[in-house]
Design a protein around this ligand. Structure first.
Ligand SMILES: *[C@@H]1O[C@H](CO)[C@@H](O)[C@H](O)[C@H]1NC(C)=O
Ligand SMILES: *[C@@H]1O[C@H](CO)[C@@H](O)[C@H](O)[C@H]1NC(C)=O
Ligand SMILES: *[C@@H]1O[C@H](CO)[C@@H](O)[C@H](O)[C@H]1NC(C)=O
Length: 496
């Protein structure tokens, strides 16, 4: 038995057995080294393993769970639930710097940089405000004052609620007044000197004589009345539409379609339409919204409106929401000299992203621009593409949320008191808003609802312009505009 066992063992470990004689010492050393080596490998694996678990614990939270649209199962409960995450630490912490137009956040808040913002200043913004918004512990409370035009206030508030879902738990406590009207109202000439204390008032556009603080408009979450979908979807549609007609195959004229009755400057533009007497290279059309709505908006699909090489942008009663849709077209935008600005346009430049058009001589300016573009097709096409790229990249929805995040964050830093929930305010949440509407509004809310938190951090704010860099930037802009005006003058002098 024993012998057999030994034999069988020997047959299993012949080498070991045979080396048991003469090679004893070195082999022992070798075994020891091997054991030591294996031990260190295990130790290393153990350390790496622990570290890995540690990294895992520190930097990651469970993958964000997608939440359902609250009203899909006919559950019309209008209470605000507690189950949406109130905090989310991104697994992909990014350090991307925000687009340069974010620098204007510093400029827009500069009037309060020294003094800070007091509760009294905010109260003085109330007379024209449509609502007061208070955020406390990541929740939104609203006090409504007057009805805004259409669904402007509703979709603006919806956007802010989505921001709270995009960056849960990351917005500071704050209180602000919002005016959904068109034109700015806080004149800077009324608030001069060190003790001026202007009222801080948020709205969609401002001008160079006003201190109103600009904020993204409602249409980024949809414009229900004219069937314009949420921006995220429109961007995709327009991109797809652009790929359908190449620039060179587009109609070589300047196109505009809109409502001319909102401001005299638009009626002035209509004088440039092609007629039996004149051809200013412009093809202009009146948008009849009533007719469109009766026909189910078949003629007003934004992605089907990028058919001309040149598209005209002109303000209405104030800035026009149409701006971003026009600039996204891959056509060269003919930008009629504006009075107002919204939050992103100050990052765009004449001759780089659009072609400047005179306000006081629209027809001759348009005629020249189109002829120039048809003579310099490569440059004209490049200007169109640069604008589209800017809109597709720098104005994508992630950056719209980042802009909102940063301006609210910087604004909250200026508050000199701790905001409290006002007695007359109601808590607002996606559920209570979305479940109360149906039709197009409900559809747009469903499309634009944030269903899980962002898995990256907001982009990093660029520092403020230093005064000389800002002056240089503005100077560059003026120089390009004057350059084009000089070319125009030469052209018209020659043709006389
Ligand atoms: C509706 O929602 C409420 C609150 O989220 C929940 O308590 C209730 O069970 C839901 N009812 C149905 C029928 O799903
Ligand atoms: C401009 O001219 C075109 C072509 O004649 C015409 O179809 C269009 O209705 C005109 N637009 C306006 C606003 O009159
Ligand atoms: C376009 O080219 C034509 C022909 O060379 C020239 O006569 C005209 O002045 C040019 N127009 C512009 C605006 O460059």
């Amino acid at each position: 038995m024993k012998v057999n066992n030994e034999k069988s063992l020997r047959s299993f470990w012949p080498a070991r057995h045979s080396t048991a004689t003469g090679w004893r010492r070195p082999i022992n050393k070798r075994v020891a080294t091997t054991i030591l080596f294996v031990f260190f490998i295990f130790l290393a694996l153990f350390i790496v393993g622990c570290f890995d678990t540690y990294i895992f614990r520190v930097f990651s939270t469970p993958a964000p769970k997608k939440s359902e649209f609250p009203c899909t199962t006919g559950n019309l409960t209008q209470t605000c639930p507690e189950d949406y995450p109130s905090i989310h630490i991104p697994t992909n912490p990014s350090t991307v710097t925000c687009p340069s137009y974010f620098q204007w956040i510093h400029e827009d808040l500069r009037p309060w940089k020294e003094t800070g913002i007091t509760s009294d200043m905010i109260e003085r913004a109330r007379p024209t405000a449509h609502f007061r918004l208070v955020i406390v512990n990541g929740k939104a409370y609203v006090e409504k004052y007057t009805q805004s035009i259409q669904t402007r206030d509703k979709f603006t508030l919806w956007g802010i609620l989505q921001l709270l879902r995009w960056y849960p738990g990351r917005l500071p406590d704050l209180e602000l007044m919002f005016d959904c009207g068109d034109r700015p109202v806080v004149r800077s000439s009324d608030f001069q000197g060190p003790n001026a204390s202007p009222p801080p008032l948020f709205r969609y556009c401002s001008d160079h004589q006003s201190l109103d603080i600009v904020f993204p408009d409602w249409s980024f979450w949809g414009w229900a009345e004219i069937n314009v979908r949420p921006w995220k979807n429109v961007l995709k549609d327009i991109k797809e539409g652009n790929s359908r007609t190449k620039w060179k195959d587009r109609v070589p004229y300047a196109y505009w379609k809109g409502n001319p009755y909102v401001d005299p400057t638009r009626q002035d533009l209509l004088k440039c339409n092609v007629s039996d007497q004149n051809d200013w290279n412009a093809r202009l059309y009146v948008q009849d919204w009533e007719q469109e709505s009766k026909q189910g908006f078949k003629q007003s699909n934004l992605q089907d409106q990028c058919t001309h090489r040149y598209k005209i942008y002109i303000e209405g009663w104030a800035w026009s929401v149409s701006e971003k849709y026009i600039l996204a077209c891959d056509s060269m935008t003919l930008y009629v000299r504006p009075r107002y600005y919204d939050f992103y346009i100050r990052g765009m430049l004449p001759l780089q992203h659009y072609w400047p058009i005179r306000d006081d001589a629209k027809c001759s300016s348009l005629k020249f621009s189109v002829e120039w573009g048809n003579n310099h097709t490569q440059q004209a096409q490049a200007i169109g593409e640069a604008a589209s790229n800017f809109i597709q990249e720098d104005l994508k929805m992630d950056y719209v949320y980042d802009y909102m995040y940063h301006i609210l964050n910087e604004y909250a830093k200026l508050l000199k008191y701790k905001p409290r929930i006002p007695p007359g305010a109601v808590e607002l949440c996606s559920e209570s808003m979305a479940c109360a509407v149906n039709g197009v509004q409900g559809k747009f809310m469903r499309e634009s609802m944030v269903v899980y938190p962002s898995d990256t951090n907001p982009c990093t704010m660029p520092p403020p312009y230093d005064p000389s860099a800002l002056a240089e930037f503005l100077n560059r802009k003026d120089t390009s505009i004057r350059q084009v005006e000089m070319w125009e003058n030469e052209y018209w002098q020659k043709s006389k």
